[in-house]
Design a protein around this ligand. Structure first.
Ligand SMILES: Nc1nc2c(ncn2[C@@H]2O[C@H](COP(=O)(O)OP(=O)(O)OP(=O)(O)O)[C@@H](O)[C@H]2O)c(=O)[nH]1
Ligand SMILES: [Mg+2]
Length: 345
């Protein structure tokens, strides 16, 4: 069975639950449903032929569908996805096996014109992902091919003499004739060696893209164990799941003013786990919105996050959420480290 990296959860003393927290317990819930696909083939190295392995960065404008594609490529939901821009904040590896090839996909934050320090760190993380990769796939949202961010990414790839594969995404929303014209125009930039028309959401074209990429990977040993799905620690993935709900259930500037960290993780004898998380916001008014009238909003965020966590981790979870005001979290190096971002860019 595929696994995410199993970080050793710290066994911290449980604190008293303050009023700004909500406990979402799972005792009454049905048992979690495993959504794991069948694991990779169990052929021996000799049977697989020559081993290949490489990194493939998925880059693109915010909202192009990178995280959706990552999940589709690895056959399982790992990266969080929302209709809002700038959902992904740092790099995330998703690992897939195709025959004798290990494909290490790198989901990256959207590339846009940064304003805040956090924006700069996110964009730098995306370009670093591209720089380190054996292959770059640029996703373009076929419903918005003219987006300025898309044009700037192509220009920057061209300036760095970097070749890429173009994945024209969301083709389920666009007529075929329009797509062909679009692919033609984008191809003329001279950056793309190949064009794939895909729907990351529905899966169309994704197997072909994966197969093509597998053929480009250099010969070499696999860099991760065969059953490993990601480099991300469960604590970090668990925080992302809650942040996904913050993005889905809150609006305007709030999702962008919020960060989520897993503070404690306690294994229980019955096989369940207690997870304590903090949602950081920048102002007291934002904290009130996250809590909602009579705590309804935080309860709903917690309930949905817990259900997702149980699916991801395939076990019962007791989730405790706390909301803290930290006006300067976007300028705090410690928060960046927790997010997996570089503070000094
Ligand atoms: N119809 C359709 N929607 C898609 C497709 N791929 C992604 N989406 C939707 O587009 C939105 C953004 O998807 P994400 O995967 O979060 O996009 P992203 O590029 O990772 O976005 P950032 O992390 O913000 O840069 C979500 O609402 C997805 O459901 C697709 O192929 N077809
Ligand atoms: Mg994303």
């Amino acid at each position: 069975m595929n696994t995410v990296k199993n970080s050793q959860p710290e066994d911290r003393r449980r604190k008293a639950v303050p009023d700004d927290s909500v406990a979402i317990d799972s005792f009454d819930s049905p048992s979690p449903v495993s959504q794991m696909p069948p694991g990779p083939s169990s052929l021996t190295a000799g049977e697989k032929g020559e081993l290949r392995c490489g990194y493939i960065a998925l880059i693109g404008a915010p909202n192009a569908g990178k995280s959706t594609l990552l999940n589709q490529l690895i056959g399982r939901k790992l990266a969080i996805v929302t209709p809002k821009v700038q959902t992904t904040r740092s790099r995330l590896l998703g690992i897939a096996i195709e025959g004798a090839t290990q494909l290490i996909f790198v989901d990256t934050p959207g590339i846009f014109e940064p304003r805040r320090r956090l924006d700069r760190a996110m964009v730098a993380a995306a370009w670093a992902g591209a720089a380190d990769a054996d292959q770059v796939v640029q996703l373009v949202d076929a419903t918005r091919p003219e987006a300025g961010d898309t044009r700037r990414i192509i220009e920057q790839l061209a300036a760095g003499k970097r070749r890429a594969v173009l994945a024209l995404n969301k083709i389920d929303l666009v007529r075929r004739e329009k797509l062909l014209a679009m692919a033609d125009t984008l191809f003329q930039a001279g950056v793309f060696e190949k064009v794939f028309m895909i729907s990351g959401l529905k899966g169309d074209g994704v197997a072909d893209l994966r197969h093509y990429l597998a053929g480009l990977m250099p010969a070499g040993p696999w860099l991760f164990p065969e059953d490993q799905l990601s480099d991300a620690a469960e604590r970090w993935l668990a925080a992302e799941i809650t942040r996904e709900q913050v993005f889905l259930q809150l609006h305007d500037e709030l999702p962008y003013a919020a960060a989520v960290e897993t503070e404690a993780w306690e294994e229980r004898k019955d096989g369940s786990a207690r997870i304590d998380q903090v949602i950081y916001v920048q102002r007291a008014g934002q904290r009130a919105i996250v809590l909602g009238d009579k705590g309804q909003r935080i309860k709903s965020i917690g309930a949905r996050a817990r259900a997702e966590l149980e699916r991801l981790l395939d076990r019962r979870i007791h989730l405790f959420l706390f909301v803290k005001v930290r006006d300067n979290w976007v300028d705090d190096p410690e928060r960046y480290a927790a997010l997996g971002l570089d503070f000094n860019v």
